[in-house]
Design a binder for this molecule. Structure first.
Ligand code: GTP
Ligand code: MG
Length: 197
């Protein structure tokens, strides 16, 4: 799919403030610093559309980017940013959980996982929450350029093994790198299928 336009529309502090034009949307979520904003920029091919931070936890709002004037990519706040206060953390997760479970136009959520790390409790908890809520998601393994092919395969196998301890079936998975653009086609293809079934 060709990206012909991409524009920032708004940042919302609450789900109730999100755009009301009913275009289908696709959200990106994951721990702080996992590469959500970088991935959105890589997908649309604009290096500074979504803010990339060297300080984790920068994206604290729901950010809507309108693509091809017909669907949204949504950059969500990172979960599990250690240095925000506990109450603020709870507020984020409440805000995120309301958005994810009640947003009718949300067609799929891309859950980003740092491909370099062992399965993290917070990510597994989040995946479990999505599964129990019956929400569709795709696991996106980020920063693949930082690993050798062998290390990557080993980490993916390990991750699958851990997921299969809890789930009978594996969710769709994509390996990405915002640096090499690996995974871009796969993500766009999955979006296209849902936008124009
Ligand atoms: P928050 O908004 O703070 O939750 O972070 P985020 O998930 O949006 O991460 P962001 O895209 O800001 O990236 C965090 C850091 O990781 C930045 O320094 C990026 O340049 C780097 N990064 C992100 N994706 C990749 C990747 O695929 N490869 C490499 N090598 N670095 C990456
Ligand atoms: Mg970000």
């Amino acid at each position: 799919m060709k990206i012909s336009s991409a524009e920032f529309v708004k940042s919302s502090a609450k789900p109730g403030q999100c755009p009301t034009d009913r275009f289908p949307e696709f959200a990106f979520i994951g721990r702080s610093n996992v590469g959500k904003s970088s991935l959105i920029n890589m997908i649309v091919g604009i290096s500074n559309l979504a803010k990339i931070s060297s300080t984790p936890g920068k994206t604290r709002l729901i950010n809507h980017y309108l693509i091809n004037r017909s669907w949204y990519l949504v950059d969500l706040p990172g979960y599990g940013f250690a240095s925000v206060s506990k109450s603020e953390k709870e507020l984020f997760s409440k805000m995120i959980s309301v958005y994810l479970s009640e947003r009718e136009v949300l067609l799929n959520t891309f859950v980003l996982i740092d491909s370099r790390l062992k399965p993290q409790a917070q990510d597994l908890q989040f995946i479990e929450w999505m599964g129990q809520a019956g929400l569709p998601f795709t696991l996106v393994f980020t920063k693949a350029d930082k690993l050798t092919r062998q290390q990557l395969q080993k980490n993916l196998k390990h991750y699958e093994g851990v997921l299969l301890e809890f789930w009978e079936e594996l969710p769709p998975m994509v390996v990405t790198s915002s640096k090499t653009k690996n995974g871009r086609g796969e993500i766009l293809e999955s979006i296209q299928k849902l936008v124009k079934p």
